[in-house]
Design a protein around this ligand. Structure first.
Ligand code: SF4
Ligand code: SF4
Length: 121
């Protein structure tokens, strides 16, 4: 019988249910996705505005275990949400939707839209 050796935790897709400990472990806690985003003409644009619950000195969420109550528009990551292209390049969850578009930054929005939204970036 052939055996396999793994030097790193062996996580199968079956374990990777959204919300499972293995799923949560994929997060690098970089907090890059904890900034306000805008959708314009089907594309996602990041702004420089952090979520009010983000501690910018530690890059940690202050309400993580209760975030969907404290911040109702904090979307739980699911394959469907990931496929919208809301996660930045290098985020480990992008592997579940590798063809999803990369988000842009709000400075790439048309000037008129930035003025309407009063965006600094
Ligand atoms: S961008 Fe990805 S790795 Fe970084 S905090 Fe968000 S989900 Fe975690
Ligand atoms: S509630 Fe927490 S996890 Fe959700 S966007 Fe805000 S800081 Fe990030």
């Amino acid at each position: 019988m052939r055996s396999k050796r793994f030097w790193r935790p062996y996580v199968t897709r079956a374990h990777l249910r959204p919300g499972s400990p293995e799923w949560e472990e994929l997060c690098q806690r970089c907090a890059r996705c904890c900034y306000e985003k805008l959708e314009y003409c089907g594309e996602i644009f990041y702004t420089a505005s952090p979520c009010p619950h983000l501690d910018e000195s530690t890059q940690r969420c202050r309400v993580y275990s209760n975030r969907t109550v404290e911040q109702p528009d904090c979307a739980a990551l699911t394959p469907e949400i990931i496929a919208m292209g809301v996660l930045p390049q290098g985020c480990p969850y992008r592997r579940f939707a590798p063809d999803s578009p990369l988000p842009k930054i709000s400075s790439e929005l048309p000037d008129e839209i930035r003025r309407q939204l009063n965006l600094d970036l």
